[in-house]
Write a protein that binds this ligand. Structure first.
Ligand code: SF4
Length: 357
């Protein structure tokens, strides 16, 4: 069990961040907020794939009026991302934003006080944070220290004016400095943290960076909401975030499929079987997608029976065939071409659901 860092809890719409609340998955709309119709359709897609809070960039008054319309059409919490203009933050809160993300370093103190006052009245939190790119002065102790000091000074500013519903972020594009920054900040305050590796890039490299940076911190109990930043679709960000949480055993989203990498002992086309099984299982119905199952698809008798026995259901491959296991017991030998169908049939029988095989 991961022992989570004890933090304050803040409300974001109908959900919470921090305290005992589940680690919340968020993403960001990637088109201008003023394109109301397109933004709404991206939000619907994000909600469908499991996003729990959505951030929108607010850069002008058109975005504000769109935010107002969007807010009246969706239930998912909306976070207004504001840079530079305090007046936009004030308008976004009035338009119904459930949380505001600010980089206090690029705003006037007078404006920040006004924002905090209104956020306090509406009981919404503010995320304050900085990216390493926004540090104007690097201290002798290096980037990590400078980033933490910068955000910590802002944390104290908000506390001094009596505002405590804060979420904190300290992002860098590097795994090591991000981890070190959050660790250091965790020793200084008990506000919930928004985790992410900023500007991680795309593809494999970005997924590895994000998984490591976010994963190491979560494993240490640090982190209350996560955003995987990818130069890809926001839906992909949500899928990766879900995988990170599931891989750490923090949250469950879909059946776990364990399959071996194959080697010279494998006598069935295991990659094809796994791919086909995944496709059919996950496209069958929402019910199958959310079943709490562990499925082992293994290439041979070396590790196959062991893994298959520990799973709810599994296969240990043989010569153009596989031995089917259920709840730890071998149940029958199945020809290679029927393995996917038989696995699905067993899942159907166990969970009494309609699965077309
Ligand atoms: S389970 Fe068998 S086929 Fe798969 S990697 Fe291990 S030894 Fe190779």
């Amino acid at each position: 069990m991961i022992k989570r860092r004890r933090t304050r809890k803040v409300r974001v719409g109908n959900l919470f961040i921090g305290g005992d609340a589940p680690i919340l998955i968020q993403s960001m709309v990637k088109i201008p907020t003023r394109n109301t119709r397109k933004v709404l359709s991206q939000i619907k897609r994000l909600e469908k794939c499991g996003c729990e809070a959505i951030r929108l960039a607010i850069v002008n008054d058109e975005d504000i009026s769109s935010l107002k319309k969007i807010k009246s059409s969706v239930k998912i919490p909306l976070i207004a991302d504001i840079q530079f203009q305090t007046s936009l933050a004030v308008k976004a809160i009035s338009a119904g934003a459930d949380k505001v993300r600010l980089n206090p370093g690029n705003m006037e103190k007078k404006g920040l006080k006004e924002i905090a006052h209104l956020a306090g009245e509406r009981k919404i939190p503010l995320r304050i944070g900085a990216n390493s790119g926004s540090i104007k002065r690097i201290e002798k102790k290096g980037i990590t220290f400078s980033l933490v000091k910068l955000v910590d000074d802002w944390r104290k500013f908000f506390e001094d004016i009596g505002f405590f519903d804060l979420v904190i972020s300290l992002k860098t594009p590097e795994v090591k400095s991000t981890i070190e920054s959050y660790r250091l900040m965790a020793s200084r305050c008990n506000y919930p943290f928004h985790l992410g590796i900023t500007e991680a890039g795309r593809g494999r490299e970005a997924v590895v960076k994000s998984s490591l940076g976010i994963g190491v911190l979560l494993q240490e109990g640090i982190g209350d909401t996560i955003r995987v930043s990818l130069t890809e679709s926001p839906e992909e960000e949500v899928r990766v975030a879900q995988e990170v949480l599931q891989a750490l055993g923090i949250r469950f989203f879909h059946p776990e499929i364990i399959s071996c990498p194959t080697c010279g002992r494998c006598e069935i086309d295991l990659p094809k079987i796994v791919k086909e099984f995944e496709r059919r299982l996950f496209s069958l119905s929402l019910i199958t997608y959310h079943l709490p199952l562990k499925i082992a698809i293994m290439g041979c008798v070396v590790n196959g029976p062991g893994e298959a026995r520990q799973a709810d259901i599994g296969i240990a491959g043989g010569k153009k065939s596989g031995l089917l296991f259920k709840k730890g017991k071998p149940i029958r030998k199945v020809k290679e071409e029927k393995l996917v169908k038989e696995l699905l049939r067993e899942i159907k029988a166990t969970h009494k659901i309609k699965v077309t095989t």
